[in-house]
Design a protein around this ligand. Structure first.
Ligand code: HEM
Length: 265
């Protein structure tokens, strides 16, 4: 296969589209490109040229959030069926998606901050805290820890044994560590987004929902999904005797989801 005399790709796959749908090629039909592109504002309705980028980053994020939710469902099923190695592969995928999402927010640092306010005026009271994909993850991700702990119980091992047994429970250890990595990455997304929000609107402003950026900061501080998986680290450090004695200050303790941010849908 290669370019033919007319400069088009030839070979057995050439010819018109074979799939049903809108678009001149199977590529466009398979991916529903027309529908995807129709989701953004028309050029003449943009509040600012960079609103295009602002919408693309948010719309792409909704697709990726949906992918994570899709994989959470399957991961839960795999763990419940005792398939730790396939579950680990999916959790590692979720980690990579969140890493990508963190970078995607950073693309918005190429906007001029003053120009962003033209866009902000067009948002109504719209806020990222209403993101159905993000809120779906907040609701659904915590259950993976319970399913994982049930699997450990069914195998007759404790979390502490898995974490300190080195190679003895390698598959279970890899899955537990992948879950913690996902939790860390998700937390880092929130921290990165918070720093970015301060960069864009300043640390002393109110969000479009009416509360201060500092409320978002307090809210996400120490919030993690998998508290038992984190707590076992405390147990291990205590056992190893590598920390000075005494309790940490309240502010450094972890707290569970679900969210307590005002107005979250
Ligand atoms: C100029 C860019 C952005 C600004 C100024 C901004 C601002 C904010 C602010 C002020 C909040 C606090 C809640 C509220 O709005 O009422 C928030 C929350 C949120 N935003 Fe953004 N944001 C930006 C980009 C993004 C992007 C690209 C995403 C990706 C989907 C996003 C997703 C979210 C989410 C999920 C929350 C809830 C955060 C949490 O609970 O940790 N934001 N954003």
């Amino acid at each position: 296969m290669g370019l033919n005399a007319e400069g088009e790709y030839g070979g057995p796959m050439s010819g018109g589209p074979t799939l049903a749908g809108q678009g001149a090629t199977d590529y466009e039909r398979y991916l529903n490109v027309a529908t995807l592109l129709s989701a953004k504002k028309p050029k003449d309705k943009l509040a600012h040229r960079d609103e295009h980028l602002f919408q693309v980053v948010h719309q792409a994020a909704e697709l990726w959030f949906e992918q994570i939710r899709f994989d959470i469902e399957e991961t839960d099923r795999l763990i419940a069926n005792g398939n730790a190695s396939d579950a680990t592969r999916l959790v590692r995928r979720m980690v990579e998606v969140v890493r990508l999402l963190t970078e995607s927010v950073n693309i918005l640092t190429t906007m001029n901050v003053w120009d962003y306010h033209d866009i902000r005026l067009a948002l109504g009271k719209g806020s990222g805290q209403e993101s159905p994909g993000f809120n779906g993850i907040l609701r659904e991700a915590p259950k993976l820890e319970r399913t994982y702990l049930d699997l450990l119980q069914a195998r007759g091992v404790t979390l502490y044994d898995v974490c300190t047994g080195r190679g003895a429970h390698a598959e279970l250890l890899a899955l537990g560590d992948a879950l913690v990595d996902f939790d860390m990455r998700f937390h880092l997304w929130r921290q990165n987004h918070l720093a970015f929000v301060k960069r864009m609107i300043g640390p002393g402003q109110r969000s479009l929902k009416g509360y201060g950026v500092d409320a978002l900061e307090k809210h996400i501080l120490g919030q993690f999904f998998y508290l038992e998986l984190l707590a076992v680290r405390d147990e291990m450090t205590l056992k190893a005797g590598t920390s000075p004695p005494g309790k940490p200050p309240e502010a450094t303790r972890t707290q569970p989801h679900p969210d307590t941010l005002p107005n979250r849908k």
